[in-house]
Design a protein around this ligand. Structure first.
Ligand code: EPU
Length: 416
């Protein structure tokens, strides 16, 4: 198993490019299932989750060609409309095949994802929406068995804001008969990116990026090309890496407008930030000021950046109060940060982080993707050597993370 070894203390500086967004790429690949003609995606990141999704789709009969960051999915024939447990258990985003398969094939078998390292993560809202659209759903032996001759447009009010739930229902509705309205829809930029691609395929989706999305169903979708949006969470993580080391960086191929909540907090922490059209510059102070934050659906502060900010607060001047409102168990990194010398008290969904003057390197490991990123950030400033174990979590969602950080001057290497 690979690990990352980091020698802390190097101030990051320079320029690095942001990759395509994981959480846009995964639903976009599933959108390919909706059409009998090819979908060409550009700016596809090289990530383990993208490889897992490609494998899952290939097992269904999808032909996939990959050339650098371009991927062409040919879904002319879907032989097996199913997502088995072996795939779903390694990647929850496999649930995103349910809506498209049902809409295109009239049937789907998708294993129920269980709980995961950050929370219970039920999918009841995905199922509620599909039921409203006339699907017959049964859960047998841990698998959702779904059928529908043709889905019908419906008004769906979700009980809570769900990103993949909104995406699943939006995709299913593109081929339904009549109009679907999703209220309380997720406003994440990845939802809008998916809608743009669906529209390029001939769908009629409006309102994506707001909390009411309307989809007028069509008979079929056609071939299209789409460029995947920049990864706002990777960008935020790289900004945090520069901030925690007192550094100065410029991120290219980025979308600053998607990062308002993160940029606000970095400015509160004392960083100077300038947004360009497709780039972001950050200059950090010698020592950051602690910031308090509360995670919320977009445009609020993203839960996927909570762990990274806890690393910043761990070494900042003052005390930061972090409230996680999206997932009930997303503080697994706090204990590992404590092993590096951080002063963190957790009470329910609140973490009180008192900044310390210095962290000390140690061997740490993480149980999920963003927690691993938090530990890498801590390792960049910890005194001495930090080894981050189980980095397969990082490889799921960060493209060549050690190369990008080395390019900025970090002393980081991967060991097998
Ligand atoms: N929820 C329900 N019922 C549902 C759906 C969600 O109770 O039917 C709850 C969840 O348990 C959670 C909250 O609603 O407490 C929000 O969950 P959501 O469905 O929005 O999360 P998701 O769609 O499963 C996506 C990202 C996550 C990101 C969250 C929140 C993808 C593939 N995943 O997950 O990304 O944290 O939205 O923004 O888009 C990551 O990249 O590290 C990651 C975990």
């Amino acid at each position: 198993m690979d690990r990352l070894v980091i020698e802390g203390g190097a101030r990051l500086s320079g320029e690095v490019a942001v990759s395509g967004a994981k959480n846009a790429a995964l639903p976009l690949m599933c959108a390919g299932l909706l059409a009998g003609e090819p979908l060409a995606l550009a700016n596809v990141p090289r990530l383990q989750d993208v490889a897992t999704m490609a494998r899952l789709l290939a097992e269904m009969g999808v032909r996939i060609e990959r050339d650098g960051s371009r991927m062409v999915l040919d879904c002319a024939a879907i032989e097996r409309p199913e997502a088995p447990y072996e795939r779903v258990k390694t990647m929850r985003a496999s649930i995103l095949t349910l809506g498209p398969l049902l809409a295109r094939c009239g049937e789907a078998r998708v294993s129920l994802p269980g709980g995961c390292a950050i929370g219970a993560r039920p999918i009841d809202q995905h199922l509620k929406g599909l039921l409203a659209m006339g699907a017959e759903l049964r859960v047998e032996h841990g698998t959702i068995q779904a059928r529908a001759r043709r889905l019908r447009g419906a008004r769906i009010l979700t009980d809570l804001v769900t990103v993949t739930g909104t995406e699943n229902l939006m995709m299913a509705a593109t081929l339904a008969e009549g109009e679907t309205v999703i209220e309380n829809a997720a406003r994440e930029p990845e939802v809008a990116d998916l809608a743009a691609c669906l529209n390029a395929m001939g769908a009629h989706v409006s309102g994506a990026g707001t909390d009411v999305v309307r989809i007028r169903g069509v008979e079929r979708l056609h071939a299209a090309e789409h460029r995947i949006m920049p990864d706002r969470i990777e960008a935020g993580t790289l900004l945090c890496a520069a901030a925690i080391t007192g550094g100065e960086v410029r991120l290219t191929a980025a979308a600053p407008g998607d990062l308002d909540a993160v940029i606000d907090k970095l400015m509160d922490a004392g960083c100077e930030i300038a947004g360009e059209r497709h780039a972001i510059r950050l200059r950090a102070p010698a020592r950051l000021a602690a910031v308090s934050l509360r995670t919320a659906p977009y445009p609020g502060f993203p839960t996927d950046m909570q762990a990274q900010f806890m690393a910043l607060d761990a070494v900042a001047e003052g005390t930061g109060v972090v409230r996680e409102t999206i997932f009930e168990n997303r503080y697994m990194h706090a204990q590992e940060l404590q092993r590096l010398g951080a002063d963190i008290r957790i009470d329910g969904n609140t973490a009180v982080v008192r900044g310390v003057a210095r962290l000390q390197g140690a061997v740490v490991m993480a149980t999920d993707l963003r927690a691993s990123a938090c530990l890498v950030l801590a390792g960049l400033v910890a005194h001495g050597e930090t080894t981050v174990d189980r980095i397969y979590h990082l490889d799921r969602g960060y493209e060549r993370v050690e190369e990008k950080l080395s390019q900025l001057g970090a002393r980081i290497r991967r060991v097998h």
